[in-house]
Ligand binder design. Structure first.
Ligand code: TLP
Length: 345
């Protein structure tokens, strides 16, 4: 048995998704004629309370288009240092939009509204750097699945709006944040100007993410999507699975959070591992080892040999992500393997 804790992206489509994909009614989406894509876009926009939505193949593309449509070349984007957009999207914002990320230090990825407010440079002389976008990530991947408290989001959105600066949310795991905090996705999204979320992570769809915002913003994003080759044709086959992700797979994310907490509690008992289970709010568990890379690298390899897959996040930390294929049995088996592989246990 392989226990794959590298990411929730490894989830397989459900039987209902496979059936829906096979029988989906489709058309050419570049002509706007795919009924299943159109339905998905309407449903997604409604769920987050935005005017419109655009289906895209990946979360990275959704973020890429959002930055493009909010900025001009030479602008500055305020963003957490460890945001996915900064660390894992290949400098896409610089390639495609020609903007500079002005990185701020969040606490577990969560930006302090006062720091954001102090760093927005919107109304400056023409020869100064101009902030035209603030990006937040919720839940925060590198922050260990951390959630933005709603008052923080509200304060960031207010500070930015006062200066005429939009807020974009990378909500790849928006529903993890919503379910874990008991706040609706719509309420969270209410403190953003645009946001994206992914169907292909814990929600188990095979492919797809969605960008949401005003009608005018989405019309521009549609043109930008075409530029990066994201205009898909009979994409309704994918949208069919995404629709099931949205209708059937959100509530169960709570199970992933319970599994993550169980995992964190087990890890906290192991010598050398630095883990405070109270910091685990959703489905991502990040823990450091006091021995640094000298322990983490061989640990990841030894676990792999035992069929337990985890990611090395930094030189001295590993990331474990729970999802639909990880129940209490898999958690306990993984903990057993980790215990065996750690030095001096
Ligand atoms: N994250 C992946 C890896 O790229 C690290 C993962 O396994 O967690 N925003 C956030 C917060 C993400 O975590 C990810 C994927 C994306 C955007 C990008 O989504 P995709 O992979 O669909 O481009």
């Amino acid at each position: 048995m392989i226990i794959d804790l590298r990411s929730d992206t490894v989830t397989q489509p459900t039987d209902a998704m496979r059936a829906a994909m096979a029988s989906a009614e489709v058309g050419d989406d570049v002509y706007g004629e795919d009924p299943t894509v159109n339905l998905l876009q309407e449903e997604a926009a409604r769920v987050v309370g935005k005017q419109a939505a655009l289906f895209v193949p990946t979360g990275s593309m959704a973020n890429l288009l959002a930055v493009k449509c909010h900025t001009q070349p030479g602008d500055e984007v305020l963003i957490d240092r460890n945001a996915h957009i900064v660390q894992y999207e290949m400098g896409g914002l610089a390639w495609f939009s020609g903007v500079l990320p002005q990185v701020l230090d969040g606490v577990r990825g969560v930006l302090d509204p006062d720091v954001v407010r102090a760093n927005i440079q919107a109304h400056v002389p023409y020869y100064r750097m101009r902030t035209t976008l603030v990006c937040v990530e919720n839940s925060h991947n590198h922050g260990g699945g951390s959630i933005y408290p709603l008052p923080y989001l509200k304060a960031i959105h207010e500070a930015a709006s006062e200066q005429g600066v939009p807020v974009h949310m990378d909500g790849a795991r928006l529903f993890n944040a919503a379910i874990a905090s008991g706040v609706s996705a719509q309420e969270i999204a209410g403190h953003t100007d645009s946001l994206m979320f992914c169907f292909s992570k814990g929600l188990s769809a095979p492919v797809g993410s969605i960008l949401c915002g005003t009608r005018e913003f989405i019309d521009r994003a549609l043109r930008a999507r075409r530029v990066v080759g994201g205009g898909m044709r009979q994409a309704g086959h994918l949208a069919a699975a995404a629709r099931i992700a949205l209708s059937d797979m959100v509530e169960r994310l709570a199970e992933d959070h319970t599994a993550a907490r169980r995992l964190a509690e087990g890890l906290a008992e192991m010598p050398g591992l630095v883990m405070d289970p109270a910091t685990v709010q959703t489905n991502i568990v990040i823990c450091r080892h006091e021995g640094g890379a000298a322990v983490c690298e061989p640990l990841v390899r030894a676990l792999k040999a035992r069929g337990v897959l985890v990611s090395q996040l930094t030189r001295d930390s590993i990331r474990l992500v729970t999802h639909r294929h990880i129940g209490p049995l898999q958690v306990d088996a993984a903990l057993g393997a980790i215990r065996e592989c750690l030095p001096g246990v």
